[in-house]
Design a binder for this molecule. Structure first.
Ligand code: SF4
Ligand code: SF4
Length: 101
């Protein structure tokens, strides 16, 4: 049971490390083109998703375009406007840079 808990903690730690890589540029959610209706900008200028824990599935942009919101790992091989800011993409190209923050 203890080893299960340790493994769960390990997974949680890895997920937090993964989440921490994001620089909240909002580009993958259309911030520089046609934003998702759930994309919000915080007072510090960084973006966040207003439904983050329930984000996956069909969503709609401000212009009314329907699209599927998926885990970022599923779209890293594709391109989107402003993806040069994406720290996950940079991390794939230059894994020695853990983050550009
Ligand atoms: S629902 Fe998906 S695409 Fe829309 S803001 Fe949230 S994470 Fe981004
Ligand atoms: S493009 Fe990459 S770094 Fe920017 S918000 Fe999306 S996942 Fe985060």
């Amino acid at each position: 049971m203890i080893s299960d808990l340790t493994y769960q903690e390990y997974l949680k730690q890895k997920e937090e490390e993964w989440e921490a890589l994001c620089v909240r540029c909002g580009a993958c959610c259309g911030a520089y083109q046609d934003p998702c209706k759930h994309l919000e900008k915080a007072s510090n200028g960084l973006y966040f998703c207003s439904i983050y824990s329930e984000r996956f599935g069909e969503r709609e942009s401000l212009s009314g375009k329907k699209f599927q919101c998926v885990h970022i790992s599923k779209i890293l091989s594709s391109n989107w406007f402003g993806d040069r800011f994406c720290s996950y993409k940079l991390n794939i190209k230059m894994p020695w840079l853990k983050s550009i923050k």
